[in-house]
Design a binder for this molecule. Structure first.
Ligand SMILES: [Zn+2]
Length: 254
């Protein structure tokens, strides 16, 4: 947990601007400002709000980062004219949110909408959450990039632009990885579409950097593979418009 780093940023901003509160989006299950569990950060029962308020003297609002990104995309992004919007963020894991009739849906105790931990394979790969076969083990962007890096013998440290350049040079060597990834993503996403019947779907996180190769095959797979309970040709799936800034923008307005 980079608590000191957060403080450093807040203190730097305090020198430049006058403000009395700030928002924070972070991975994990957040309830009433407390991190109940964050499998990717390895913390639980952590009173981040209390600690930050004490250390800064400011009012702090904390929400799950995917939910923050969904709020920002809903207010300012491509789906702003729709009422029911499904949001997925594909990065290290998979986060999610559902906006129903303009309101972010949340559980009473836990925030819920943990789409990444929906099981899509019985006895599948072990997830950080302790369960097996979670959607995020198959369809996070981390999984996608890892497979390509290994296939092309590249360094795990490679930058995004360099990786995309290498992918272009070796298109024919990684086609099956792209297809398998789209199959898994389509499977999980179609389950969500059947449950929520959203007007519009936004996919954010690292996915938005690879949408040029993944988005059209994903739409095609969902529409033409007998995955939808209510078949439709007009499914609207958009890559997030605000990119990696979505979470920050959302946190500023929670
Ligand atoms: Zn899981």
């Amino acid at each position: 947990m980079q608590f000191g780093y957060i403080l450093e940023i807040v203190n730097k901003l305090k020198e430049k601007y006058e403000f009395t509160k700030f928002g924070l989006g972070m991975a994990g299950s957040i309830s009433k400002g407390k991190v109940l569990k964050s499998v990717n950060l390895g913390i639980k029962e952590y009173d981040i709000t209390g600690k930050l308020e004490n250390a800064t003297g400011l009012k702090v609002n904390v929400k799950n980062d995917a939910k923050c990104a969904a709020i920002a995309e809903y207010k300012f992004g491509k789906c702003k004219n729709y009422k029911n919007v499904l949001f997925l963020t594909l990065g290290t894991g998979i986060g999610g949110a559902y906006i129903y009739q303009g309101n972010l849906m949340e559980g009473s105790v836990f925030e819920g909408f943990e789409f990444g931990h929906m099981i899509i394979k019985e006895n599948g790969l072990l997830c950080n959450c302790g369960k097996k076969g979670c959607f995020e083990k198959y369809a996070s962007i981390l999984t996608f990039k890892k497979k390509i890096i290994e296939r092309l013998n590249l360094s795990y440290e490679i930058s995004g632009p360099d990786l995309r350049h290498e992918m272009k040079l070796s298109e024919n060597k990684i086609q099956d990885i792209e297809e398998e990834y789209v199959d898994n993503l389509a499977l999980g996403l179609s389950n969500l579409i059947n449950i929520f019947e959203p007007d519009c779907i936004v996919i954010g996180g690292g996915f938005a950097r690879y949408d040029y190769i993944l988005l059209e095959p994903l739409k095609d797979k969902i529409i033409n593979s007998n995955l939808l309970f209510n078949p439709r040709q007009d499914i609207i799936i958009e890559a997030a418009e605000l990119g990696n800034d979505a979470g920050v923008i959302g946190a500023s307005i929670i």
